[in-house]
Design a protein. Structure first.
Lengths: 133, 425
């Protein structure tokens, strides 16, 4: 863990983000805002027939932490299965950032993560209905 | 003979009155507190007063017939008189202790708004209002069928009064306006607005959260109808604030919160109300905080509110000068002569959160966000801004530290721009 918040890892992702933009035909997409500061992140996934993330894209605007974190998130979830993503916890996301965030900045660092989790949750819903039907 | 008004303002001696200012943060950086608009620091005399109440005579007010209760009640009513004198109210019963500006404005929006507004009535607001002087009016409008109308802003962030005659008509029942914007710093012409509101039979409700602590306020000279402010921005404790309204208004309004102390008689099916201010002070009021607010106002009065305003303005002029020299920095709001000592900034390529985080590492505390003014930020095309707000305990050298910290924050982001060969993402 680095104490230097704006280290190369964060700034690299902020300035040259991974997969910033949009997918042509995303399997799913979700956006959210941090109501305190207005930071915004959208995440789009394309998921293959094996329930594996083929590609992850994000778009958004906001502080370096929220945007770099979304970039880092997209980079690290490609190739993962949805089941693996269910296991992916906030702590894992913060670890990926490799910097120590104060409580107030964790909201920034976890914005993309929150978007992803909400999206996964809504993906599960129809399936749950099918199973009980 | 020299009165205190003639002496130069001795900021170093004033700073010694505020224990919190004398501290070092992480990495031994001295605290540079530039967030007084969010909440002010407390002088020793206020802290001592809180402790004195707790240690010597804490006891519920207006209740027990015993020595402690008598003392506490006397202290509370003395604080009420201090507030009365401070804002030039005619009658001490016009001073309602509340939990803060937000509560004060909600009391007006419910107690007056919901009782007297009718379908088609208009409430005149404007985009620079804090949510506390906007959302209660939205709810009151929704409940009564009244509508909100907006006074537009000029490009430099002042109220555009050029078409006020079209907006302020006999349909207008209330003008809700801040005396000082908590983002732009704009000082609004309250006396003029009061006069124009009254000319069409409307009332004026003034949010004094930012203005009361930093300039002298006289409700009778301004000829206003309602004034709300908070203790914690006035060098006093949290949990206490004031609603002032003309007595006949307080008498005609409905109570907002109901419970103990606000009643005259309670029957099985109905009740009658106590006289103001008790009518609006249901339950146990924050009496210790109220007494400490009295101590805070006495402190400010002793320093001289006009001297405070003058010193803060000089400091603000200096801060504007220095910040205007920093490339890429834009200061929101009008030019410094139309503002209180608030500097909201937008810096090219540097988000307000990143800026405040980097400044914090240098011990410089500012605020980042929309500062509870989302319509204003929307109008400015921003999602957030960074705000430095000054008080009489701040110094020129602290402004210099702010500038240095902004310079180095900019470098963190600039150092790299365009200089990364091989970036292939
Ligand atoms: C202009 C203005 N109005 C209202 C408020 C709300 O004050 P409080 O949160 O103390 O009720 C504030 C403080 O944030 C303010 O700056």
């Amino acid at each position: 863990m680095s104490d230097e918040l704006y280290d190369d890892h964060i700034l690299d992702h902020f300035e040259s983000p991974y997969h910033k933009g949009h997918l042509d035909c995303p399997t799913c997409s979700h956006s959210d805002k941090n109501p305190i500061c207005g930071d915004q992140v959208t995440i789009e996934l394309s998921i293959d027939e094996n329930q594996r993330v083929r590609q992850a894209f994000f778009d958004g605007k906001g502080c370096a932490i929220s945007q770099a974190a979304a970039s880092i998130l997209c980079e690290s979830i490609e190739g993962k299965t949805l089941a693996e993503l269910q296991e992916f916890q906030a702590k894992d996301m913060l670890d990926l950032l490799k910097v120590r965030l104060t409580a107030s900045r964790q909201k920034c660092g976890l914005l993309g993560f929150k978007v992803l989790k909400t999206m996964l949750y809504s993906l599960e819903q129809p399936k749950a209905v099918e199973e009980t039907a | 003979m020299a009165t205190s008004g003639d002496l130069p303002f001795d900021v170093e001696s004033v700073r010694r009155d505020f224990p919190i200012l004398d501290q070092r943060l992480l990495n031994d950086k001295p605290l540079v507190y530039l967030d007084t608009a969010a909440t002010s620091q407390k002088p020793r005399i206020v802290i001592d007063k809180l402790v004195e109440c707790c240690e010597k005579y804490n006891s519920n007010v207006h209740r027990g017939i015993h020595q402690l209760g008598d003392r506490m009640t006397t202290e509370l009513e003395n604080a009420r008189e201090i507030v009365q004198r401070f804002i030039g109210a005619k009658d001490v019963d016009e001073i309602v202790f509340t939990s803060g500006t937000t509560m004060s404005l909600n009391i007006v929006a419910h107690g007056w708004g919901r009782k007297f507004l009718k379908p088609g009535d208009e409430i005149l607001v404007n985009p620079m209002e804090h949510h506390a002087n906007l959302v209660p009016w939205q709810l009151a409008a929704k409940a009564t069928g009244a509508v909100l109308k907006y006074i537009p802003l000029t490009n430099d962030g002042r109220l555009d009064l050029s078409h006020l005659d079209e907006l302020l008509t006999t349909r207008t029942k209330l003008v809700a306006v801040t005396a000082m914007s908590n983002v732009l710093g704009t000082i609004n012409p309250i006396g003029e607005l009061a006069q124009r509101a009254h000319a069409v039979g409307a009332l004026i409700c003034v949010d004094g959260a930012q203005s009361v602590p930093h300039s002298s306020t006289n409700v009778r000279a301004l000829n206003i109808d309602f004034l709300a402010f908070s203790g914690h921005k006035l060098y006093g404790p949290t949990g206490i604030g004031v609603l002032w309204a003309r007595k006949e208004l307080l008498e005609s309004m409905d109570p907002f919160l109901a419970g103990g102390h606000m009643i005259r008689e309670v029957f099985e099916q109905s009740s009658t109300w106590a006289d103001p201010p008790a009518k609006f002070e249901a339950g146990t009021c924050p009496f210790i905080e109220a007494v400490a607010l009295g101590a805070a106002i006495e402190y400010v009065t002793k320093l001289g509110i006009d001297r405070i305003a003058k010193y803060e303005h000089q400091l603000s002029v200096y801060a504007h000068q220095r910040l205007n020299e920093v490339p890429g920095v834009r200061i929101l709001g009008p030019s410094v002569e139309h503002k209180g000592a608030i500097l909201s900034l937008v810096i090219d390529g540097l988000h307000a959160h990143d800026l405040s985080d980097l400044l914090d590492r240098e011990g410089v505390a500012i605020r980042a966000g929309h500062h509870c003014t989302m319509p204003l930020h929307e109008l400015l095309g921003l999602t957030s801004s960074a705000r430095a707000s000054l008080a009489f305990y701040n110094t020129r050298s602290e402004i210099d530290k702010l500038i240095e910290a902004i310079d180095s924050a900019k470098k963190v982001f600039q150092r790299r721009s365009g200089s990364r060969p091989g970036a292939t993402r």
